[in-house]
Design a protein around this ligand. Structure first.
Ligand SMILES: Cc1cc2nc3c(=O)[nH]c(=O)nc-3n(C[C@H](O)[C@H](O)[C@H](O)COP(=O)(O)OP(=O)(O)OC[C@H]3O[C@@H](n4cnc5c(N)ncnc54)[C@H](O)[C@@H]3O)c2cc1C
Length: 398
């Protein structure tokens, strides 16, 4: 099989993957290769226009079809391994394409997993064909890593709820047609008093309070809710179970952030290899220097380890392992930290050419940074990994 772009055929051949994943990887790799002019174009576009264009195109070309499981064609695996492979390929090709794919998946998945038949029918076909854009709004200025501190209030009224408060740092906030929101309904203290809602963006009372410019351009902003009335049918899952919805999503999606990191890192390493082979220096090329080779070797080691950890976490989740979250956290921490090293080392090998705006190293340098923060900052996940060690040791001992 002729695997293009980002994928390592030897990693794909491992028993973590099935043939349907290998076919999916080949198809999406070829698709990414065939859209070079589009990637150039979206980088010059307003991020909102780029986001709409990319979600629409991903939907039209079938890459979001798994978001409507009832209608999804059988050729498309709708599992975490496929999601990770999709993110890896898209991140290799273009950050905004990965962003569009991941945020659409992140916002549709809680509806798939916790929504009722009516919510499935109302939202999933549009999210799968790209005509309906979603956003997943959990964070607030005072509640980022500390999810249980969410304050956005959802007060029960006859027939529904009234939402008042705000959300912060929301991807696709400025273009979304619907928000999956976690709000405080007060059934219990802290994490026990939260509920998930689906709020259409045209609901009176919800608006983008601030557009944000990120280090790597993207549709991104804060939301405000003022006497925003939603019916009881807007509840996703059960009242009081919003924390479970948020944690379930984050545990699944953290490994996919690791997969995107692998895509960015492979792109950086490939660019660095090509540059050092072509760059004349000291009567040979940069590639002839042992220190340069050592740097390229370190990149390769880091990327290989990251790809394996992501594959293991996704396989573990897809086979229904109850302990998959630990592997998801390990994969995200290692892959995002490794990618930061690889991107930095890759830029170093370009010398001055690496810092020129718009070049591959400079772009990757800006794009990789936020992956170590969102969906669980490295430090937060290190704490979770350490806490799980105790639980595991106790379980093994008992
Ligand atoms: C590009 C981008 C896109 C985002 N998209 C979304 C989105 O779509 N939806 C959404 O809801 N949110 C989104 N976020 C928000 C993101 O989830 C939060 O930024 C993240 O959870 C961290 O929260 P915070 O920024 O409030 O940082 P804080 O919680 O204030 O943490 C700041 C730092 O303190 C340290 N820290 C915090 N807690 C601990 C701990 N327990 N142990 C050790 N160190 C700790 C870490 O170094 C951490 O980076 C996005 C953020 C970015 C950058």
């Amino acid at each position: 099989m002729d695997i293009t772009t980002s994928f390592d055929p030897e990693a794909l051949a491992l028993p973590f993957y099935d043939d349907e994943h290998r076919s999916f990887a080949e198809e999406i790799g070829v698709w990414c290769d065939g859209h070079g002019p589009l990637w150039e174009a979206v980088r010059r576009m307003d991020p909102d226009d780029a986001g709409r264009r990319l979600v629409g195109l991903l939907g039209e070309d079938g890459w979001l079809a798994a978001l409507d499981p009832q209608a999804a064609p059988h050729r498309l695996p709708g599992d975490l391994r496929a999601l990770c492979l999709g993110r890896e390929a898209l991140a290799y090709a273009e950050d905004l394409a990965d962003f569009a794919y991941s945020i659409q998946s992140l916002s549709a998945t809680p509806i798939i997993r916790f929504g009722d038949a009516e919510q499935h029918k109302r939202y999933l076909p549009g999210m799968a064909d790209g005509s309906l854009i979603g956003a997943f709004a959990v964070s607030e200025k005072e509640a980022g890593s500390d999810l249980a501190a969410v304050r956005l209030s959802a007060r029960r009224t006859e027939g529904g709820y009234v939402l008042n408060g705000s959300k912060a740092w929301i991807a696709h906030a400025t273009i979304a047609d619907l928000f999956v929101v976690i709000a405080r309904t007060g059934e219990g203290p802290g994490p026990l008093g939260l509920t998930a809602f689906v709020v259409p963006a045209d609901t009176p009372g919800v608006r983008v309070s601030e557009r944000l410019e990120a280090i790597a351009p993207r549709s991104f902003g804060h939301l405000s809710f003022e006497d925003c009335r939603v019916p009881a049918e807007a509840v996703l899952g059960r009242p009081g179970r919003g924390f479970v919805v948020a944690v379930d999503m984050l545990e699944r999606f953290r490994m996919t952030v690791g997969a995107a990191a692998v895509g960015f890192a492979r792109r950086a390493a490939d660019a660095a290899l090509a540059h050092t082979r072509n760059r004349d220096a000291y009567g040979g090329t940069l590639f002839d220097l042992q220190m340069v080779k050592a740097s390229l070797a370190d990149m390769e080691v880091r990327i290989n380890a990251a790809a394996l950890l992501v594959a293991r976490a996704a396989w573990d989740c897809d086979r229904g392992s109850r302990g998959f979250a630990r592997h998801s956290h390990i994969a995200k921490v290692h892959a995002t930290e490794a990618a930061q090293h690889v991107v930095d080392a890759g830029l170093q090998l370009f010398g001055a050419a690496g810092v020129v705006k718009g070049g591959v190293p400079e772009r990757l340098y800006r794009q990789i940074r936020s992956l170590r923060i969102y969906e669980g900052a490295t430090d937060v996940l290190r704490q979770a990994i350490a806490d799980a060690l105790d639980v595991r040791r106790a379980a093994l001992a008992g």
